[in-house]
Design a protein around this ligand. Structure first.
Ligand code: FES
Length: 322
């Protein structure tokens, strides 16, 4: 499906993949703080790095530069850009930077679709991991400095609830409260838990049980009005899985995404793109104009064209130049 992104989100994404001045795609060598969150296997991964101007007292170190490497969709890249923009040049110490929460990233992007909230959470988590790394390198005791971690770094142990994303029960419980997640879909949107095989969503001890424990009156106030599987009568048939789109529908979505989200960016730089063929999930394209001879053509195909189509149409899409 095509997501309704704000103009700010689309602009940040376009600027980042085109390497416009002032954007932050990349990795700082010998960074003072390195934090990672997510995994490529799970579809989204962020490596966040920052450099500080060192002070005699490490608590007074100030972040001067921030960069990221992100594997993911439009909103994952835009959220990473937002994170860097909120931190870089603001005179923040690493501990002060921890005040930036996922909601700040959402606000900077002027909103995110509910199903993409996990991109902002990923940024906040990678930031916290990077600050933990900086503290270890600089010999700072974060607990003694009054820092209470809330991300994955806070939980070394705990029962794994979602095996696909290796998400533990203590982490789930804390994030459900912190982010006020009320339904299983909320949890999947924010944390990805339950978003792959789905086995952990309604299994005993799974996400719904944890939600019921934290918000005991959730079913009474749930906006689904009893439509969710948690409130289905025992033995009721499961809802049918959505049908696969037809090749015609896929082709229409691909053409629409190219026309709306790809060609305008290429045309601004004197280039263009021709859709040559579609076979299954393989999309054959030909770059035109300046893009055809640009040394960054493969970068454009991977970062702009393929990611846009994966995001707007289906994650199985593979873009092949011809
Ligand atoms: S176990 Fe949670 S999605 Fe598979």
């Amino acid at each position: 499906m095509a997501w309704e992104y704000s103009d700010k989100t689309k602009q940040l994404f376009m600027d980042a993949v085109q390497g416009k001045p002032g954007t932050h795609l990349g990795e700082i060598e010998n960074a003072d703080g390195v934090g990672e969150h997510g995994s490529i296997v799970c579809g989204d991964a962020l490596k966040f790095t920052f450099r500080v101007r060192r002070a005699e007292n490490p608590l007074d170190d100030v972040i001067t530069e921030a960069k990221y490497l992100t594997f993911g969709c439009t909103s994952a890249i835009a959220a990473s850009e937002a994170l860097c923009a909120l931190i870089e040049g603001k005179g923040l110490t690493p501990i002060q930077a921890l005040r930036i929460r996922n909601q700040d990233i959402v606000d900077y992007l002027e909103g995110l679709p509910q199903q993409k909230i996990h991109c902002s959470v990923m940024g906040a988590e990678a930031l916290e991991a990077a600050v933990v790394d900086w503290a270890a390198k600089r010999g700072v005791d974060l607990a003694a400095a009054g820092v209470k971690l809330s991300g994955e770094k806070a939980d070394e142990d705990g029962r794994i609830v979602c095996k696909c994303f290796a998400i533990t029960e203590p982490y789930l419980r804390r994030k459900i409260r912190e982010l006020h997640l009320r339904t299983v879909d909320d949890v999947t949107a924010a944390l990805k838990a339950g978003g792959m095989c789905g086995a952990c969503r309604y299994a005993p001890g799974g996400i719904q049980d944890i939600l019921n424990d934290i918000w005991p009156d959730a079913c009474a106030t749930c906006p689904s009005g009893g439509a969710c599987p948690a409130s289905a009568a025992p033995g009721a048939p499961a809802a049918a899985a959505p049908a696969e789109p037809s090749p015609f529908q896929i082709a229409k979505k691909i053409e629409s995404a190219l026309e709306t989200d790809v060609r305008p960016a290429l045309r601004r730089d004197g280039g263009d793109l021709e859709l040559v063929d579609i076979k299954g999930w393989k999309v054959y394209v030909s770059l035109k104009g300046h893009c055809a001879t640009c040394p960054g053509a493969s970068h454009t195909l991977q970062l702009l064209v393929e990611r846009t189509l994966k995001d707007a149409v289906d994650t199985r899409i593979e873009v092949i130049p011809v």
